[in-house]
Write a protein that binds this ligand. Structure first.
Ligand code: FRU
Length: 490
C-alpha cells in the first residue's frame, strides 16, 4: 500500500514536469497589409520572443469592413484567448468587436479606434496631435508669404478615426491663425494608388496647389508621383508632408520627394506586452495614446539608419527564433522519449513489485499447505521415535532385570510394562522387529555370551541360569544367534 502511494506520487511529479506551459492563441485582425502594418507585425513577432506562451494568428481584411467582421467572427468561433484588432472603419467594424467582447474574449484595439467602449484596451497614436503638426507645418510656410496658400489634403479612409481626427486637429489648429490657407481635401483611402489618382485628378483641375498634406507617407509618395506626372507641375514644385515615418517615407524625405513627416508609432511590442498582462491577470493601462513628432530631412537620415539597424536586428532575432524553435522541437522530442522510457521503467517496476507480492503470497500459501503439515509429521515422527526410544530402554531394563526369572513370558512382561497382550506384541515388534518371546530370548543369549566370556560358568550352568529349557536347546539357540558353539568360548 505504502509502495503504491510512492509510485502514484512519482507519476504525479513526472506528469507535472512534462506538462507543457499553457499556450494562448491570439487572433490579430489587420485592416490592411501595408508597410506600416508589416512594421507593426514585425514588432509584435519580436516581442513574442519574450512571450513563448503566446502564438499569433494574423488575418488581413484588405480594407474591407465585411471581410474584417467575418474574420473577427471566425476568431470568436475558434475561441481565441485574446483578439487584437486594427479596425478598418470605426462604426462598421464595431459590431464584430462588440460580439468578441461579449463572448468573453479580451479585445485590444490598436491604432484605429472603434466607436463605443466595448473593448479591453486601446493603444494608438495621438491623431489629433498629428493634425496639429500638419497645421504647424502649413502655418510655418504660410507665415513666410503674404498670399493665401493653396493646400491639398489627401485623406485616409473617411470612416477611420485617424482620418477624421487628423483632419479635425489640422483644421482646428489652423483656425487659430490670422491667415487661414485655402484647404481642399481628396480621398486617398490610405493607399498610394488611390492617392495618386485623386491628386492627379485634382491637379488637372486646379493648377496652383502649393502644399500637399497627405495623411500617411504612402499617400504622400503617391501625391508626389501625381505632381511629377501632371502637366504644368514639375517634380518638387509642390511641397509635400506625410505621416507615419516608416522606412519608405523617410527614404522619400532623404531623396527630396517629400519634405517631412509626422511620426505615427505602431508599437507592436507594447500591444503584445499589454496582451500578456491581460492574459496573466496583471494590471494594465486601458487607454494608451502614443506621442508624435515632426521629422525633416536632417533627422530622417539618422532615423532611417537606426531603422535599418533595427530591421537587421529583427532579422537576426527571427533567425535566432527559428533556431530556438528547432532546438525546442528537438527538446520536446527528447522529452517525449524520456517520458516513454521513464513510464516503461515505472511500469516494469510496478510489475516486478506485483510479481514479488504474488510470489511471496504463493510461497506463503505453499508453506501453509505443504511444508507446515510435513513439518508437523516430522515433529510427530520425532516425538514417536522419542517415545519408542524410551520404551526400548524401559523394555530392555525390565527384560534384563528378569532374565533369570523362569516366569518371564509374554503375559508377565505385559503386566510389568502395564500393557495389554496385543499392545506388547505390537510395540515390541515395532521397536525391535521381533515378537516378545524372541526379544526375551535374544536378551538372554546376549547375557549368556557375557557370562561365558566374563565368568567361569559352564555352558550348562549358563543355560540353567538364564532359564533355557535344556543345555542342548541353549546351544542350538546360541549357535543360531552368534554363529558358533558356546563351548568354543571356553
Ligand atoms: C496603415 C495606415 C497608416 C496610418 C494608419 C492609420 O495601414 O494607413 O499609414 O497612419 O494606418 O490607421
Amino acid at each position: 500500500m505504502q509502495k503504491a502511494k510512492y509510485i502514484f506520487l512519482l507519476c504525479l511529479i513526472l506528469t507535472g514536469c512534462v506538462s507543457p506551459q499553457k499556450q494562448y492563441r491570439i487572433g490579430v485582425s489587420q485592416c490592411l497589409d501595408d508597410a506600416w502594418r508589416q512594421k507593426m507585425n514585425n514588432e509584435m513577432q519580436c516581442e513574442l520572443l519574450l512571450h513563448p506562451e503566446m502564438k499569433l494568428y494574423t488575418r488581413f481584411a484588405n480594407g474591407s469592413n465585411d471581410l474584417q467582421c467575418a474574420q473577427i467572427d471566425s476568431f470568436i468561433q475558434e475561441r481565441v484567448d485574446l483578439l487584437i484588432v486594427s479596425p478598418n472603419e470605426a462604426e462598421e467594424v464595431k459590431p464584430a468587436v462588440t460580439r468578441a467582447y461579449h463572448a468573453g474574449i479580451p479585445v485590444i484595439v490598436a491604432d484605429r479606434r472603434v466607436t463605443g467602449d466595448e473593448w479591453t484596451a486601446f493603444i494608438g497614436g495621438d491623431n489629433y496631435q498629428v493634425g496639429v503638426l500638419m497645421a504647424d507645418w502649413i502655418h510655418s510656410i504660410q507665415s513666410t508669404t503674404s498670399h493665401r496658400l493653396h493646400v491639398l489634403e489627401v485623406c485616409g479612409l473617411p470612416g477611420s478615426t485617424p482620418a477624421t481626427l487628423r483632419h479635425k486637429g489640422m483644421i482646428e489648429s489652423l483656425a487659430g491663425h490670422d491667415t487661414i490657407p485655402l484647404i481642399r481635401s481628396v480621398q486617398g483611402l490610405w493607399q498610394k494608388e488611390d492617392a495618386y489618382r485623386a491628386v492627379c485628378s485634382y491637379l488637372s483641375q486646379y493648377a496652383n496647389v502649393e502644399l500637399i498634406v497627405a495623411q500617411n507617407d504612402l499617400m504622400a509618395i503617391g501625391a508626389a508621383e501625381a505632381v511629377r506626372d501632371t502637366k504644368g507641375y514639375g517634380s518638387g514644385s509642390v511641397r509635400i508632408m506625410g505621416v507615419d515615418g516608416i522606412s519608405v517615407g523617410l527614404q522619400a524625405i532623404v531623396g527630396g520627394i517629400i519634405e517631412c513627416t509626422a511620426t505615427y508609432s505602431s508599437r507592436g511590442d507594447m500591444v503584445i506586452n499589454t496582451a500578456a498582462k491581460i492574459l496573466s491577470g496583471e494590471p494594465f493601462v486601458r487607454d494608451t495614446v502614443l506621442q508624435t513628432t515632426m521629422v525633416y530631412s536632417g533627422a530622417a537620415q539618422a532615423i532611417l539608419m537606426q531603422y535599418n539597424e533595427r530591421m537587421h536586428d529583427i532579422e537576426t532575432m527571427k533567425i535566432v527564433q527559428i533556431r530556438t524553435d528547432t532546438m525546442m522541437e528537438d527538446l520536446r522530442f527528447h522529452r517525449h522519449i524520456i517520458v516513454i522510457v521513464v513510464s516503461f521503467t515505472i511500469l516494469l517496476f510496478v510489475l516486478i513489485i506485483a510479481f514479488l507480492f504474488y510470489s511471496q503470497h504463493r510461497l506463503q500459501t505453499e508453506i501453509k499447505e505443504e511444508v507446515v503439515p510435513q513439518l508437523e509429521n516430522v515433529q510427530e515422527a520425532i516425538q514417536l521415535s522419542r517415545r519408542d526410544e524410551a520404551f526400548t530402554e524401559r523394555l530392555k531394563q525390565i527384560v534384563d532385570a528378569h532374565l533369570t526369572d523362569p516366569n518371564l513370558n509374554v503375559e508377565y512382561l505385559a503386566s510389568l510394562l502395564q500393557l495389554s497382550r496385543t499392545q506388547i506384541f505390537r510395540r515390541v515388534k515395532s521397536v525391535s522387529g521381533k515378537g516378545p518371546l524372541d526379544y526375551i530370548r535374544e536378551r538372554r543369549l546376549i547375557r549368556a555370551n557375557e557370562l561365558l566370556h566374563t565368568t567361569d560358568m559352564t555352558v550348562q550352568q549358563v543355560a540353567l541360569e538364564l532359564c533355557f529349557s535344556s543345555p542342548g536347546y541353549f546351544t542350538k539357540c546360541y549357535k543360531e544367534y552368534f554363529g558358533h558353539l558356546p563351548s568354543s568360548v571356553k
